[in-house]
Design a protein around this ligand. Structure first.
Ligand code: EPZ
Length: 419
């Protein structure tokens, strides 16, 4: 069990290089299984979830190796269609291997995915879409056996909710299917655009990625390519909050402000100065933070649910009362009790969190219970008086590459303790 020891109340200042996006890299890695040629995926973050995806690819018979933020995948000799339960359980995004394996092989065996406990995380939209493309799914012993002997065919799939994972799964299943697939009410997150652009680079015929209607015309095969993963907008939001909660200023290199309009707006409402450039965001929090009236998490381009917890750390010290409404997941306030242990004044009721800013937070020993909630606790510890311990670092390592090294480089008193 690893933890972080943090001595807070130090203003952060300096330049941070931004990592590649976890939530794009994982879908792109699944997409590599569709390619009959070598893929070199650059700007891949060194995260436990990325390494888990590489283990799945190796298990499928693909040659997959990670070196210096580049993953090389050769799926030409892919010879397996089953993902073992222990690998499926490691993360939520393992479910997007369903579409990739079915697209490539026409059959697949896997069990429900794992991932952070944010409330029920059903995959009904994923499975319903696969059935509309001709897949027969039988569930036995907690696993799913998916078959489509004649190969997948295109379909018109109307999503009841713009699910990111379901949109990704359908795109992955459709690129080698017979005929045309139209996804309506598709997710429009930048990670969807990145996946579509990657698949097109491999020879797929896709248009409308990043809009609510995505059209995929099946092709016979995909070749390899070299592609660079987009920057991680949620990690960028997390570091913006680190500047806000410590009253510091950070220059986040590699960030794409076009992906972060709703997040930037919240920090400006909080009384931070934010300057944006093509590939970086500069934030300064020299003035006292102000509460923000109501922040509602929404599908893109609305305020991202993944930024809810990181931003809450800054709001905990913002003068006045802020309200957050979590509309995407039903159990995404598990970090609140831990924040209260540090002196935060936060009440939650269902989807709503009411945050009354306090003058200071106090160091404490707190426990990460999921990825973004864990990041929130690190930020709160940075902005607290005294020393904190943040336990269950494994959650944070799923999404943040060397978080202590990055934060120490801009002035944080933070170290990893291996107990
Ligand atoms: C992706 O999860 C991200 N994960 C999540 O980031 C992110 O919070 C989420 O999208 C929303 O943006 C990855 O990309 C690996 P959804 P996903 O399908 O695909 C319900 C992080 O911290 N739903 O858009 O699982 C679902 O329960 C993670 O990096 C169904 O009901 O999200 C949820 O309430 C956390 N049935 C809502 O839709 C389905 O078949 C949004 O889920 C699928 C989803």
């Amino acid at each position: 069990m690893q933890k972080l020891a943090i001595r807070g109340a130090k203003r952060l200042s300096g330049e941070i290089p931004l990592q590649g996006a976890k939530n794009s890299a994982l879908a792109l890695l699944a997409g590599c299984a569709l390619c009959s040629g070598e893929v070199r995926l650059k700007n891949c973050p060194a995260l436990s979830d990325v390494f888990a995806a590489c283990r799945i690819l190796n298990k499928l018979g693909c040659k997959c190796s990670y070196h210096d933020h580049c993953v090389s995948v050769d799926a030409r000799d892919m010879n397996c269609c089953a993902v073992p339960e222990e690998l499926m359980r490691e993360m939520r995004s393992s479910i997007v291997f369903l579409g990739a394996i079915l697209g490539r092989k026409g059959e697949c065996e896997l069990s429900p995915p794992g991932g952070c406990e944010l409330g029920p995380r059903p995959i009904d939209m994923h499975l319903s879409a696969m059935e509309q493309m001709g897949v027969r799914i039988s569930e036995e012993y907690g696993g799913m056996c998916c078959e489509c002997p004649g190969g997948l065919h295109g379909a018109r799939i109307d999503l009841g909710f713009p699910s990111v994972g379901a949109t990704e799964n359908i795109m992955l299943a459709a690129v080698l299917a017979k005929g045309e697939t139209v996804i309506t009410n598709a997710a429009t997150e930048p990670e969807i655009t990145d996946l579509g652009n990657f698949l097109v680079r491999c020879g797929a015929r896709i248009r409308g990625q990043g809009t609510p209607t995505v059209v995929i015309s099946g092709v016979d095969k995909l070749h390899g390519c070299e592609y660079s993963v987009m920057p991680d907008r949620i990690v960028a939001a997390t570091f913006m909050s680190a500047a806000a909660v410590t009253g510091g200023e950070l220059d986040i290199k590699g960030a794409d402000p076009r992906h972060m309009r709703s997040v930037i707006s919240v920090f400006q409402q909080m009384n931070c100065s934010v300057f944006t450039y093509d590939d970086r965001i500069f934030i300064s929090a020299k003035k006292p933070l102000c509460a923000v009236n109501t922040i509602r998490t929404m599908p893109y381009p609305g305020f991202p649910t993944d930024a809810q917890a990181p931003v809450m750390a800054a709001l905990a010290k913002a003068a006045g009362t802020s309200v957050m409404v979590e509309n995407i997941f039903s159990n995404r306030y598990r970090h609140v009790d831990e924040l209260v242990r540090m002196g935060a004044d936060i009440k939650t009721e269902g989807k709503v969190a009411v945050i009354r800013g306090v003058k200071k937070l106090c160091g404490a020993t707190v426990r990460a219970l999921d990825l973004r909630g864990g990041a929130c606790l690190v930020l709160a510890a940075l902005g607290a008086q005294g020393e904190s311990r943040v336990e269950n670092l494994c959650y944070i390592d799923r999404g943040y590459e060397n978080i202590e090294t990055v934060l120490r480089s801009v002035g944080a008193d933070i170290k990893r303790i291996k107990s």
